[in-house]
Design a protein around this ligand. Structure first.
Ligand code: MG
Length: 305
């Protein structure tokens, strides 16, 4: 028994999270830029985006096949499930957050803030109170590559909270290009990555910030800190496991941080990683969207919740 050579242990805590005879599997290739994975347990499928090709793909865990889920797909990026198991999507070209209802119809949940169009929602998560939190950087309007080029109407890249009653509130306005986001298992902390290095260079370190969530869970207190700074490329999307470890994308693979902010291990992937997701019926399979390819491995931990 030996660890896959792509697994790098930087802190002994990481030994307890990996499996000593599990491989890193390269499942599929063929995307231009793979991102935005969500696992759908009822169909044992991983839905993920191929943004420049304007399509959403699905990997079927039972057959191992990948085929097209939606095309065209409003240059969809991030996905998540809501508490009813419906797919919620952050759309670049749609410039909206949408949901596929159980009748199969796409419904727009948010597309304007103070009557101005959103930029291009990037990543989206759902909290246990059914509120939807999403980031809105400009990557889908910066050029025609991942959406339709346009000027920002809002004039900034923010993080929003959509209340179940339809109210859209601005939560974070002091980041350059907020991107991936996730809550800690107890939802007392909101983690948000800033990929603003793409627009302002070293003036925006590639950080994940930790924001304190208010006691009622509906707002941020204003207190925040730098949780981690990326040492290879940028953090884009990430997920949190049941113990609060953060599994995040990076330029050389997946980086795992304990909840104290220590980088405890890496899973090296031969392509730049954009996003990860926990799947499998036990939620112990880590899926990795990495540029052209989809990868996975099994872990000795599982998704939070
Ligand atoms: Mg992203």
């Amino acid at each position: 028994m030996a660890l896959d050579p792509a697994i790098e242990v930087l802190d002994r805590r990481f030994y307890g999270l990996v499996i000593h005879n599990a491989h890193i599997e390269h499942l599929w290739t063929g995307a231009r830029w793979a991102e935005g994975p969500v696992y759908v347990p009822s169909s044992q499928q991983l839905i993920f985006s191929d943004i420049p090709n304007d399509r959403t793909l699905r990997y079927d865990e039972r057959t191992g096949r990948v085929d097209v889920f939606e095309e065209p797909a409003f240059n969809a990026n991030g996905h998540c499930l809501d508490l009813q198991g419906r797919i919620v999507t952050a759309e670049h070209r749609g410039r909206a957050v949408t949901r596929i209802d159980h009748d199969g119809i796409r419904r727009v949940l948010a597309e304007r803030y103070e009557n101005k169009r959103l930029n291009s929602p990037n990543d989206v998560i759902v909290k246990s109170d059914s509120s939807i939190w999403f980031s809105d950087p400009t990557y889908g309007i910066d050029s025609d590559y991942e959406g339709d080029a346009a000027e920002s109407e809002i004039g900034g890249s923010y993080v929003y909270r959509l209340d179940p009653d339809g109210t859209l509130d601005l939560m974070i306005s002091d980041m350059v290009r907020p991107n991936g986001l996730a809550f800690s298992p107890d939802e007392s902390t909101l983690y948000v990555a800033d990929t603003g290095v793409s627009h302002v260079g070293a003036a925006c370190p590639p950080d994940i910030r930790a924001y304190e969530v208010s006691a009622d869970g509906r707002a941020l207190t204003g207190a925040h800190s730098t949780f981690a700074t990326c040492t290879a490329g940028v953090f884009d999307g990430f997920r949190v496991d049941e113990d609060g470890n953060i599994w995040t994308s990076a330029g050389d693979g997946v980086h795992c941080f304990a909840d104290d902010g220590v980088l405890i291990g890496k899973i090296r992937i031969p392509e730049v990683v954009a996003n990860v997701e926990f799947g499998g019926l036990k939620r112990n399979r880590l899926y990795v969207c990495a540029t052209t390819g989809l990868y996975s491995t099994y872990l000795n931990t599982r998704a939070a919740r």
